[in-house]
Design a protein. Structure first.
Length: 451
């Protein structure tokens, strides 16, 4: 009898444990209260300020994104809001969330928006970034129906890619090789099968601005067949051709390309070309490119600190730091984080008060420079999970660097009175404020060749 009671007790305990585990699992799958606040009811009836807070919450806490949130965001973007309004900014942020989560359930709504207004470049842009091939037929029909293509529709087809989109774009370009939008769209496919067509047509249109469009597309396809052309263009007397060639060289991921980029980084005097070189190195990635960028950042930092030590503002050198730090963050290397921490240490030693005082006449650029450093540090620090993670022993300085950045940033939010807190929180997480979007930043290209 005692044995029987013991067996029954064990079975009851096991059954209760299973029920408890099931309840916990169901609870974990339920949307959180904060996510439900951004659901269909919350967003449909809330004012723009409340919607903004709800979107920001999900943006800061992506783990709370779920089907309920997605449906609410889709409902929010059904009809485009008037540009410049709070509702327009909220829609932009909602579109960014849908895009970042590759929300394919948003595709029908976005297609309707583009069908109603083919110039709705934002909806078309998000369709391209989501990359669902279900949208291809609708976009092709739209082009054929209107007998001309809106640029945003062509670019969306290029970004979605796939066999059908590629063949359609190549066919259209063979009949209309002077169409800039088609050239750019074919480059956006990043498909090596497009290279032969691009090279043949470039020989026909290599002069002028159209030739530049072909050069950009050839660079984006990132095929070794385009390397001789890019190397030649990198020595052109035209600054824009050199800058464009530098970006394309990074995508080829060849040793010859890296050697040429290193030469250009050291010798190039034109700021626009130099900017293109940093993008090319960021796209190239790897330890060799990161080392080149880190050495250049150290050199520029020393020159800027020396200039400010004489009581002179850093002037346009903030742009050099901005470019280099963004490029280092884009390489996603641990050594890039070390280089940025060296820059933080230099700023800390110089002193936040002195930095603000010396650059007071160019306050906005000085603040932007610091915010770029904060954003880049946050992006890399989050990637390597330094604090308490497996890399903590190697990067003990990261905690100190974060605290120093926080103190420096406290001095640099005077131009951002309305959004200062949001900028600080998102920047330290390595994120960009979603309401001023889409960002025109080549360092953030999520479809870089060779990755």
């Amino acid at each position: 009898m005692a044995l029987r009671r013991s067996v029954i007790a064990i079975w009851c305990f096991a059954l209760a444990s299973l029920v408890l585990c099931f309840i916990i699992a169901r609870a974990d799958r339920r949307p959180t209260e904060s996510a439900l606040d951004t659901g269909a009811v919350g967003l449909a009836s809330a004012d723009s300020g409340t919607v903004r807070k709800a979107i920001l919450h999900v943006y800061r806490h992506p783990q709370e994104y779920n089907d309920i949130v997605a449906r609410a965001l889709i409902r929010l973007v059904k009809k485009p809001a008037a540009p410049g309004t709070d509702d327009f900014q909220n829609q932009n942020a909602a579109l960014q969330l849908l895009m970042s989560h590759h929300e394919t359930s948003a595709v029908p709504t976005l297609i309707k928006r583009v069908e109603q207004d083919p110039s709705d470049s934002l909806a078309a842009f998000v369709l391209g970034e989501i990359g669902d091939e279900k949208a291809v037929d609708a976009l092709i029909r739209l082009v054929e129906k209107r007998d001309h293509g809106q640029r945003s529709v062509y670019i969306a087809l290029g970004k979605i890619g796939g066999e059908k989109a590629l063949q359609f774009l190549m066919s259209r370009l063979s009949k209309d090789s002077g169409n800039w939008d088609l050239v750019e769209a074919l480059g956006e496919t990043r498909d090596k099968r497009a290279m032969e067509s691009l090279l043949q047509l470039w020989r026909k249109h290599k002069e002028g601005a159209l030739g530049m469009s072909y050069l950009v597309a050839i660079g984006k396809v990132s095929d070794e067949r385009g390397l001789p052309l890019l190397l030649e263009a990198s020595r052109s007397p035209d600054r824009w051709r050199r800058a464009t060639a530098a970006e394309g060289l990074g995508r080829t991921h060849s040793k010859k390309a890296l050697d040429r980029l290193a030469e250009m980084l050291a010798k190039e005097k034109d700021e626009q070309v130099w900017y293109g070189v940093t993008i090319g190195l960021a796209i190239y990635g790897g330890e060799e490119a990161t080392k080149l960028l880190a050495e250049q950042l150290q050199k520029v930092t020393n020159e800027v600190i020396e200039t400010m030590s004489r009581g002179q503002p850093m002037g346009k050198r903030w742009e050099d730091i901005d470019c280099l730090v963004k490029a280092l963050a884009a390489t996603r290397r641990a050594s890039a984080l070390v280089a940025i921490m060296d820059l933080i240490d230099s700023l800390h030693r110089f002193g936040a008060e002195r930095y603000v005082k010396i650059n007071r006449r160019d306050k906005t650029n000085a603040e932007t420079c610091v915010l770029t450093v904060v954003w880049s540090f946050g992006r890399l620090r989050g990637r390597f999970d330094l604090i308490g993670g497996p890399g903590a022993g190697r990067f003990m300085r990261a905690g100190d660097a974060g605290e120093r950045l926080s103190r420096i940033l406290q001095r640099h939010l005077t131009c951002w009175e309305k959004e200062g807190k949001e900028i600080k929180e998102l920047a330290t997480m390595g994120k960009i404020l979603p309401f001023a979007w889409p960002p025109e930043d080549p360092y953030l290209d999520s479809r870089r060749g060779g990755e």
